[in-house]
Design a protein around this ligand. Structure first.
Ligand SMILES: [Fe+2]
Ligand SMILES: [Fe+2]
Length: 207
């Protein structure tokens, strides 16, 4: 893929110089996996890869500096983000990708901006990066939801994403971000529409 190595190099220099090597490794892992998923499901590999590569570059700002950084960059913050600033990193990453690395594709920027929460009316790239980031998480050990999420992934990306959201809502969610709630509704709606279409297809083929 054209430009892939350049992006890797630029992101490496940006993160390594700020002591964020583990974030670099996580970003590359998520981008590469998002591209594999895009290929598996027939979506745009390049957009998924680039969005994944940039998704956590805001790790250069520690949590306690994120409200200040967002204000400096004129990023609009929701009340939930002020209460739980960790989540602001998705918006700051999109800002940095756009303003420091000149990523201008709206679909890529959107996928970076909602990679933690997803959002209502998500795009395919939003969904790919969200799912890839949860499967290739940035913490030690194996994610507790991994087996079931991979099982749902065999059905669809949406089933996998919805399973993850249900899991965190039943377990360790720190704050109910409005984008996450809207994403959940969109996922439920799209999954049930797909089931109706599938059922109709079976019925029509049976006639
Ligand atoms: Fe993140
Ligand atoms: Fe991440």
């Amino acid at each position: 893929m054209q430009g892939k190595e350049n992006y890797k190099k630029e992101i490496y220099e940006f993160l390594a110089s700020r002591d964020c090597i583990s974030t670099y490794e996580h970003c590359i892992e998520v981008g590469d996996y998002a591209a594999i998923l895009a290929n598996d499901f027939g979506f745009n590999e390049e957009k998924a890869l680039i969005a994944g590569y940039f998704h956590d570059i805001s790790a250069i700002y520690p949590v306690e500096e994120r409200i200040h950084a967002a204000e400096e960059f004129k990023i609009n913050l929701l009340p939930e983000e002020k209460i739980f600033p960790l989540i602001i990193h998705q918006k700051i990453s999109a800002y940095l990708a756009n303003n420091y690395f000149f990523v201008i594709d709206d679909e890529i920027l959107s996928a970076i901006e909602c990679h933690t929460t997803l959002k209502g009316g998500y795009s395919e790239t939003d969904l790919l990066v969200f799912v890839a980031d949860k499967i290739k998480w940035d913490q030690r050990g194996i994610p507790p939801y991994l087996d079931k999420m991979l099982e749902r992934l065999e059905e669809s990306l949406e089933d996998a994403a919805l399973y993850y959201i249900q899991y965190i809502m039943n377990n360790d969610i720190k704050i109910l971000h409005p984008w996450l709630l809207k994403a959940k509704s969109s996922l439920e709606e799209n999954i049930s529409l797909r089931k109706i279409h599938r059922k109709r297809g079976i019925l029509n083929n049976g006639i």
